[in-house]
Design a binder for this molecule. Structure first.
Ligand code: NAI
Length: 504
């Protein structure tokens, strides 16, 4: 395979300079261009400083520093890029501007030079449609900050030649980045796969189930996410995140799987954009989120026994252990005694449905999450008929071993079940539509989105059949196609196969 000799980068902003640093550090010659010459100077100065700092910290040898610096030069005129065999554009996100640039470059460079776009939302096939040789055009979508985010999407436009995809992938691997090859579809791979975490959290918030802070805490502590969805919205900027949600929803012709949240437009109008405007879902002071004080918990006397619907010995054992610490009794009968607090442990159902199905007394029945987070952040789910004194006792009992407890309102699938089921189902849909192989999908999501597991591996960890049960319950309750089960998931459950089993 032919390796690239010289890379021309057009657009020396945050992305262009990062891409230049990445390839120069890998020993490839890079020329940096921008329509504003001061942007080129700034980018080169910025990169030089980063490399020198790395050398000062001992992370880079003096030879490696000199070699990387020697690989990066300015190109003040577009014509200076004529000898490059790879051109990567990272200019403004505008279709006409990118098409015009590629047309101009085609006049300039040799016929076998490759033209790559770092666009995050525009169609590669559309950008290429303005070119005489669309087969040489591909997407090369990096993530910010480029040297640290060890992944790039190599996007195959409708007319892209296979060897262009292969050469870009090989270059990425040479620089230590994972090349996630994906077709030209809305959001490509990563932004598409990310459409469950934040959007489902917004749905939960919009349904009055829990506060943004609670949802963040539950998802971090029970599923291992490093950041909660609302912390992430505040970091990225709600305006940017919402634009991605709207664009993907539109490009999929209003498929309800991707419906954005109606909570967002008024927040945008109110300037609640996140960290950059000083307030989003959190308020920021000195760059730090101001967290609300936890409400004092009224002390309750534990004077009732507890009854648990689950017959699963593992679940009964862990619940009994906490009750024992609190000095409360777990009844053993198949039906609750006359004063018992009844705990239901639904999968996918809401508390009201579980209580009604099991014909339990509503004023002394509530739901306990046992699917995820029991050891790290416990979730109790009330329902409108619950006696507050019963809730107070349950809350006191479940904090007895010092695990924090969140009380949320009635929700199908609590919070962790519901968000996780959405992530897994969307991952299955991506595999089904051949947007990525199972292995590429899981690796790309971990690298780009920082999830503790990829969507399919997450499904395996918690059980594909259980994920399907949660989705079916959500679908039944809301009667919305948003929650329809992906055929990929359904078939693998039916056949007893792993979700990562690929298909021709
Ligand atoms: P930026 O605004 O920091 O930099 C863009 C640079 O392009 C500016 O220096 C501007 O002077 C220059 N420019 C604009 N039009 C030009 C033209 N016709 N010819 C030459 N130079 C031109 O933007 P940023 O954030 O670096 O984004 C660049 C591209 O990368 C966009 O397409 C964006 O969607 C995409 N992208 C951005 C990511 C991010 O996190 N910022 C992540 C992934 C992709």
């Amino acid at each position: 395979m032919q390796h690239f000799r010289q890379i021309g980068i057009i657009g020396s902003g945050a992305m262009g300079r990062g891409i230049a640093q990445l390839f120069a550090s890998a020993g490839v010659e890079v020329l940096l261009h921008d329509s504003r010459s001061e942007a080129i100077e700034q980018a080169l100065g910025h990169n030089r400083e980063l490399l020198e700092r790395a050398a000062a910290k001992g992370k880079l040898s003096a030879e490696a520093l000199a070699a990387s610096q020697a690989c990066m030069s300015p190109a003040y005129r577009l014509q200076d890029l004529a000898g490059c065999d790879l051109l990567i554009e990272a200019i403004v996100e505008n279709l006409e501007a990118k098409q015009a640039l590629f047309r101009e470059l085609e006049q300039l460079v040799s016929v076998d030079a490759v033209l790559a776009s770092n666009t995050s939302s525009l169609s590669i096939s559309q950008i290429a449609s303005g070119c005489r040789h669309p087969e040489r055009v591909a997407g090369f979508h990096f993530f910010n900050p480029v040297p640290l985010m060890k992944i790039v999407e190599v996007v195959r436009g409708e007319r892209t030649a296979p060897q262009v995809v292969e050469r870009l992938s090989a270059l990425a691997e040479q620089a230590g980045h994972f090349a996630a090859v994906t077709p030209d579809s809305p959001g490509f791979l990563v932004n598409h796969a990310g459409r469950a975490f934040g959007p489902e959290a917004l749905r939960i918030l919009g349904e009055g189930i829990a506060s943004a802070e609670q949802i963040d805490r539950i998802l971090k502590d029970s599923l291992g996410f490093r950041m909660g969805p609302f912390e992430l919205f505040d970091l990225v900027g709600l305006d940017i995140a919402h634009a991605v949600m709207e664009s993907i929803h539109q490009q999929f012709y209003q498929d309800p799987r991707y419906t954005p949240s109606a909570l967002v437009p008024p927040r945008l109008a109110g300037g609640l954009l996140g960290r950059k405007s000083g307030e989003g879902f959190y308020r920021y002071a000195d760059g730090k989120a101001v967290l609300s004080e936890p409400l004092p918990m009224p002390a309750a006397t534990i004077d009732r026994p507890f009854w648990l619907d689950s017959r699963d010995p593992a679940v009964r054992e862990k619940v009994a252990a906490v009750l024992a610490v609190a000095g409360a009794e777990l009844e053993q009968g198949t039906r609750p005694g006359p004063t018992a607090i009844c705990l239901v442990t639904p999968l996918g159902e809401d508390a009201s449905s579980a209580i009604a199905t099991q014909q339990l007394p509503p004023e002394r029945s509530l739901a306990l999450e046992t699917f995820a987070g029991f050891e790290t952040r416990r979730v109790l789910m009330r329902q409108p008929a619950l006696d507050p004194a019963v809730l107070a006792q349950a809350r006191q009992v479940f904090t007895a071993d010092c695990v924090p407890v969140e009380v949320i309102n009635d929700s199908p699938g609590f919070i962790a079940q519901r968000v996780l089921a959405g992530i897994v189902n969307l991952g299955c849909e991506i595999a089904q539509r051949r947007i990525a192989t199972p292995a590429t999908l899981d690796r790309a999501v971990q690298l780009a989105l920082g999830y503790p597991l990829g969507p399919l591996a997450f499904g395996e960890r918690f059980g594909a059949a259980r994920i399907q049960q949660i989705l079916n319950a959500l679908h039944d309750l809301f009667q919305e196609p948003r929650y329809r089960v992906s055929p990929w998931l359904r078939r693998r459950v039916q056949l007893g196969l792993s979700l990562t089993t690929p298909e021709e």
